[in-house]
Design a protein around this ligand. Structure first.
Ligand SMILES: C=C1C[C@]23C[C@@]1(O)CC[C@H]2[C@]1(C)CCC[C@@](C)(C(=O)O)[C@H]1[C@@H]3C(=O)O
Ligand code: AKG
Ligand code: FE2
Length: 543
């Protein structure tokens, strides 16, 4: 027993010594640390003040800054420091860190704040085409799942496109193959869609001819519900349920229905159509003032000649963004028209501003209806889209001398959430249902509602993104106004919580990512969401 007591005492002594020892080391190390910190602060104080970064968020290029520097060195696009390579190195500078921009040691090119700011500025200038880079010859072939038609090049932004490029190149707006047939009514080399020239030619340019598989004719009308919204909103329980069931059946099959008595003022609908007509009747030169810039989707486009080189759509479009601003804030649509086209377009801007506000209100009612039909809280989708930022697009389809060879808008599913479409009384919209194309007979003052890819993902595939297209005709022009409802760009697209439609069909994504995909990498068609999902997975593997 005595030995046991002694052994325990010795053990307690050991533990105490160890603790004392640790305490001593700590105090001492603290002292050492204090000296080190003082020495380090002195060293830093002697260094020149670090420049402060200009931006909160920086584009993360998927190529090293040092590589970009080499690529653009002789283009005089950056303002190099006058004393590059001549600075006197401070004592004990970290020679393992080399900056190619300052040609000095102590920090890396990657960490260089001055270089980072200049590349950020340059990247924005290239995107907004303020910097013409036609001198750049270096070729880039995207090695991603690119749609062969999309061959435009731009400053690669990993966080934007997250693509694996085989080289860095600052590139400029795509150009169509310069063949005569791909210069549809063009002028000074920049191909433009000059329909007043084109439609007087005996045949349409090859670039507008679509593959025969896309040109099938529609022989029957689509059978889709027309919901009397006023009755729905005032209806009794039974009639509401009947309407909900009709909407659910339509959205679960072809993703398309129409609404009548929707509450949008008929005079506003007409005013918007008249403004669209007024815009498209402007001279080509005036319309080109609003021409869509590379990397943007806002503005005027003729047959998308700046984006695609084959199967061009026989249409002109005007697209702009709409979102609410706080009371008393700017009217974004009015601002867009006045800044893009001039003060004399203020009235046109006001009409479209009011139109978009009305469409926004209607879209939220639609979201309530869709929520109810899917068996979720009436406000669930409404709240998701309360702060939506939507896309307004005016479509103008000129008459065409060979309408059976081309399309006004090719077969596609809208990548957006839902679309509220106002069409005129000229037939052209067709929906793919039951294995064939079916025409949609226009209903005066009714509005088309179709499900888009984003809402299909939000419903985990229970509601189908509507596959549709627009055909043209020989004699009559056709117009449509499409209001594409999009969630706030950074909201995560995923189905409601819980077992919603079984196993997940699509990964989480944001509208910003899908929109970037349709504007940077892929021509939206009937497989956009599937291709986007593959792209997301392949990009994550490449990270
Ligand atoms: C996100 C979008 C891309 C398109 C406009 C839209 O807002 C929704 C529909 C898309 C589109 C109409 C589908 C067919 C091909 C397309 C290129 C077109 O013909 O305009 C698509 C639009 C686009 O500008 O990419
Ligand atoms: O013009 C139409 O009827 C359809 C247009 C369309 O589908 C679109 O712009 O996405
Ligand atoms: Fe569409």
């Amino acid at each position: 027993m005595e030995e046991l007591r002694e052994a325990r005492k010795a053990e307690r002594r050991n533990v105490r010594d160890t603790v004392e020892d640790k305490k001593f080391k700590k105090t001492n190390r603290k002292g050492e640390d204090r000296n080190y910190r003082e020495r380090e602060n002195d060293r830093r104080a002697r260094l020149p003040p670090r420049p402060s970064a200009q931006y909160e968020k920086y584009t993360s290029f998927n190529t090293r800054k040092k590589t970009i520097l080499c690529e653009i060195y002789n283009l005089k696009l950056l303002k190099y420091p006058a004393n590059a390579g001549k600075q006197k190195l401070p004592p004990n500078v970290d020679m393992s860190k080399k900056c190619s921009f300052h040609d000095t040691y102590g920090h890396t090119s990657k960490d260089c704040v001055v270089l980072g700011d200049q590349l950020e500025d340059l990247s924005d200038k290239v995107y907004s085409r303020k910097v013409d880079l036609s001198t750049i010859t270096s070729e880039t072939r995207y090695n991603s799942c690119y749609n062969p038609d999309v061959r435009f090049r731009h400053f690669n932004r990993a966080d934007k496109c997250n693509l694996r490029y085989n080289s860095t190149s600052i590139l400029r707006r795509s150009t169509l193959d310069k063949g005569p047939e791909s210069d549809p009514g063009g002028s000074n080399g920049e191909p433009v869609f000059n329909s007043s020239v084109l439609r007087n030619q005996s045949s349409i340019p090859k670039a507008f001819i679509w593959r025969p598989c896309h040109r099938a004719t529609a022989i029957q009308e689509l059978d889709a519900p027309v919901v009397d919204l006023d009755a729905f909103l005032r209806g009794d329980e039974a009639s509401i349920r009947r309407t909900i069931e009709r909407v659910a059946a339509a959205c679960s099959t072809h993703g398309f229905f129409q609404v009548a008595n929707h509450g949008v003022d008929a005079s506003l609908l007409k005013a918007a159509f008249d403004c669209a007509t007024e815009f498209f009747e402007l001279s080509l030169c005036q319309k080109l003032h609003a021409q869509t810039k590379p990397g943007s989707m806002w503005g005027y486009a003729g047959a998308h000649t700046g984006r695609f080189s084959s199967e061009l759509p026989w249409k002109e479009t005007l697209s702009f963004s709409y979102h609410e601003t706080p009371a008393g804030g700017e009217d974004v649509v009015v601002d867009y028209f006045m800044s893009t086209l001039g003060n004399e377009f203020e009235r046109m801007g006001l009409v479209f501003q009011r139109y978009c506000e009305a469409m926004k209100r209607l879209s939220l009612v639609m979201m309530e209806m869709l929520g109810m039909s899917l068996g979720v809280e009436r406000r669930y989708y409404r709240e998701f889209f309360e702060d939506s930022r939507s896309i307004m697009r005016c479509n103008y389809y000129p008459p065409c001398q060979e309408p059976e060879l081309t399309l006004g808008t090719g077969p596609h599913c809208d990548p957006t959430s839902i679309t509220i479409l106002q069409q005129d009384q000229v037939e052209g919209l067709q929906v793919f249902d039951g294995g064939r194309w079916r025409s949609v007979r226009p209903i005066r003052d009714a509005l088309v509602i179709n499900i888009g890819d984003t809402f299909m993902a939000l419903s985990n595939g229970r509601y189908k993104s509507c596959l549709h297209r627009a055909v043209v005709n020989r004699h009559r022009e056709r117009r449509s106004l499409a209001f594409f409802v999009c969630p706030r760009a950074d909201r995560v697209i995923r189905p409601p919580p819980g077992e919603f439609g079984g196993t997940r069909l699509y990964p989480d994504f944001t509208w910003a990512e899908l929109m970037e995909f349709t504007q940077c990498h892929y021509r939206a068609d009937m497989n956009t969401l599937h291709s986007f999902t593959n792209w997301l997975f392949s990009s994550s593997f490449n990270m």
